[in-house]
Design a protein around this ligand. Structure first.
Ligand code: DOR
Ligand code: ZN
Length: 352
């Protein structure tokens, strides 16, 4: 990579955690991601969820035809399946054979469209066994759903109650702890003994690197800063920034960009999700620059993800310029609009 105070050239990044939905919404959000990234892991929490290989193949075909219309067929969607209590070992083997990239674990009730998620991970043990055997990664929404657990503690409790026991039961299962938000998660992943093989990694979003929980309440309630897992205290943000910019290959880019219409966010019970896709790379560059670590951006954004998934690194390059980009107040979203992260403000870096 080359960096100067005003320009960075890096291998093109991938987004290892992305929501694009379907239909009219997908049409409007896909271009933002395809402009910046070469590949993305496509989350399966549609309504109904993508629980089978057949559904994932049909979803992939819809994405590909939209990419063609956009003239963006250089972009590769990497498909995932939604794990349920009923996912069979056979479906896992079939998924592997058909080029599905990973399975996603949503604890039932944890977040958007997770009702069909897993009620008890023990129900999935034959599927996890098969994943471990065939080398299929399990991507984890790492929060317990018990309403008695404080929302700010749900990730840390998940580590003790779910993640650590599963890792002991399936030591060779590749897992990605998605969108981590706490120092406990950052340190658990950093310090995990994974033997010789690299079996545990984590993705980190731009909003968790740039904001703490005050951002949800600055001068009033800020629904566009509400996502799950929810933003945490400053000490947690600093711990995430530290591991993300450390050059440790266990941590890589996953935006969790999650489109919801303006109306669905600005209401009495608003949806969780930040739409960061509009200039996600600019947001990450700002975060890395804030601690003088722009030289570590390329590993985080472009190398460690494909290395973990055993996929080839991209070869083409992109350039980011230190040129402030104004972010629109709203963008079109099907027959509605969406408010992107930083709406009405600027982002210091933008794609050349
Ligand atoms: O904030 C979030 N939004 N977190 C998730 O886990 C899901 C996502 C969505 O799909 O809207
Ligand atoms: Zn997500």
């Amino acid at each position: 990579m080359t960096t100067s105070p005003t320009q960075i050239q890096i291998i093109q990044p991938d987004d290892w955690h992305l929501h694009i939905r379907d239909g009219e919404v997908m049409k409007d959000v896909l271009a933002d991601t395809a402009r910046q990234f070469a590949r993305a892991i496509i989350m399966p929490n549609l309504k109904p969820p993508v629980t089978t290989v057949e559904l994932a193949k049909a979803y992939r075909a819809r994405i590909q035809s939209q990419l063609k219309i956009l003239g963006a067929d250089h972009f590769t969607p990497l498909m995932t399946l939604y794990l349920t209590d009923n996912t069979s070992a056979d479906e896992v083997r079939k998924a592997k054979a058909e080029g599905i990239t990973a399975f996603k674990l949503y604890p039932a009730g944890a977040t958007t469209n997770s009702d069909a998620g897993v009620s008890n991970l023990k129900c999935c043990y034959s599927a996890l066994e098969a994943m471990q055997e065939v080398g299929m990664p399990l991507l984890v929404h790492g929060e317990v759903t018990d309403s008695e657990i404080d929302i700010f503690d749900r990730e840390a409790v998940f580590i003790d109650k779910v993640l650590d026991p599963v890792r002991k039961d399936f030591p060779a299962l590749k897992m990605v702890f998605e969108h981590i938000t706490t120092s406990q998660a950052a340190h658990y992943v950093r310090d995990a003994n994974t033997g010789e093989k690299h079996t545990l990694a984590a993705t980190i979003t731009p909003q968790h690197l740039l904001m703490n929980r005050n951002a949800i309440f600055t001068g009033g309630i800020r629904p566009h800063h509400y996502c799950l897992p929810v933003l945490k205290r400053e000490e947690h943000r600093l711990a995430l920034l530290e591991v993300a910019t450390s050059g440790n290959p266990r941590f890589f880019l996953g935006t969790d960009s999650a489109p919801h219409s303006k109306a669905a966010k600005e209401t009495s019970c608003g949806c969780a999700g930040c739409y960061s896709a509009f200039n996600a790379l600019g947001l990450y560059a700002e975060a890395f620059e804030s601690v003088g670590k722009l030289d570590k951006l390329e590993g985080f954004a472009s190398f460690f993800g494909p290395d973990f998934y055993s996929l080839p690194r991209n070869t083409q390059k992109i350039t980011l310029l230190k040129q402030a980009q104004s972010i629109p107040h709203e963008l079109p979203l099907g027959d509605a609009t969406i408010v992107p992260l930083r709406a009405g403000e600027t982002i210091a870096w933008s794609l050349a």
